[in-house]
Design a protein around this ligand. Structure first.
Ligand code: MD6
Ligand code: FE
Length: 236
C-alpha cells in the first residue's frame, strides 16, 4: 500500500512515467510533472516574470531580438555571459535561485538517469524561464555559456512544441524532432550536453487551460553555471 503523503508543492510525481533516451545522455520523460505541479509552476512563473527583472525579449549580439520572452533566476543570461545583474534590462539583481527548483532538478536527474548519486550532487544555480507565443521560435544553438558540463534540466508547460535535437558538431542535419508536451521533462547531459538544438515550432491550442496557461508555452531550463561571485576587491 502506498503510504506516501499526498504530493506537495513540487513533490514526487504520482504517476509512472515513460523514459525515452532520444540520444545518448538526452532523456525525455513525457508527462513527468503532475497537473498540480504544472499549475504551481505557472503561478510561480507569473510572479518571477513580474520582477525584480521583468520578462523581456533578449537582445542578440547582431542587433536582433529573440522572439522568445525570458526571465532569469539566480544568474541573468545574455548571449555569451551570465551575470548577477540584468544590465541589459533594468540593472537590477535577478531573483535568487529558488531552493524548490533545485530540489525539482535533483529529482529530474534522478529519474532521467536513474542515478541517485549523480542526482544528489546536482546543484543548479540558474534558471531561464522562457515564454513562447504561438509564433515564437528558437534557432539552432548550443548551451555553452556555462562553465560546467552538468546536465540541463528542461520542463515544458502549455502548448506543445517541436524540439529539434541535432549533433554536437554543427547546426545542420542530421537532426531528430520530438514533440514536447505539457508536463514533459527533458534532461540534456552526457554526450548530448553540447548538442545543437532548437524549437522550430509551437503547436498553438494544444495546451490544457487547466495548467493556468490559456495560450503559449512555458519552458524552464535549470543549469549549473559553474560560476562563483567575485569577492569584493578581487582582480585588482
Ligand atoms: C525550449 N530549450 O525548450 C528551449 N536548452 O524552449 C532549450 O534551449 C534547451 O530545452 C538546453 C537543454 C534543454 C532545452
Ligand atoms: Fe538551449
Amino acid at each position: 500500500m502506498n503510504t506516501d503523503p499526498a504530493p506537495t508543492l513540487f513533490g514526487p510525481p504520482h504517476a509512472a512515467y515513460e523514459r525515452r533516451e532520444i540520444a545518448p545522455g538526452a532523456v525525455h520523460l513525457p508527462g513527468w510533472l503532475t497537473p498540480g505541479e504544472q499549475r504551481d509552476l505557472v503561478t510561480a512563473c507569473r510572479a518571477w516574470a513580474a520582477g525584480p527583472v521583468p520578462i523581456r525579449r533578449t537582445r542578440l549580439p547582431r542587433g536582433g531580438v529573440m522572439s522568445v520572452q525570458t526571465v532569469c533566476l539566480g544568474w541573468h543570461w545574455q548571449p555569451y555571459a551570465y551575470s548577477r545583474t540584468a544590465d541589459d534590462v533594468n540593472g537590477r539583481r535577478v531573483a535568487p535561485f529558488p531552493a524548490r527548483l533545485a530540489d525539482l532538478g535533483r529529482r529530474a536527474v534522478a529519474d532521467a538517469y536513474q542515478d541517485e548519486e549523480q542526482a544528489a550532487a546536482y546543484e543548479p544555480d540558474a534558471a531561464l524561464v522562457n515564454f513562447y507565443d504561438g509564433t515564437a521560435r528558437l534557432g539552432m544553438h548550443q548551451d555553452k555559456d556555462e562553465r560546467s558540463l552538468a546536465p540541463v534540466v528542461s520542463l515544458s508547460i502549455g502548448d506543445s512544441c517541436v524540439f529539434r535535437l541535432g549533433t554536437t558538431e554543427h547546426r545542420n542535419r542530421p537532426w531528430h524532432d520530438v514533440t514536447l508536451a505539457s508536463g514533459d521533462l527533458l534532461v540534456f547531459g552526457g554526450p548530448s550536453r553540447l548538442a545543437y538544438h532548437a524549437v522550430p515550432k509551437i503547436l498553438p491550442g494544444t495546451g490544457d487551460p487547466a495548467t493556468g496557461l490559456t495560450r503559449g508555452r512555458l519552458n524552464l531550463t535549470l543549469r549549473v553555471t559553474g560560476l562563483t561571485d567575485e569577492p569584493e576587491g578581487a582582480g585588482r
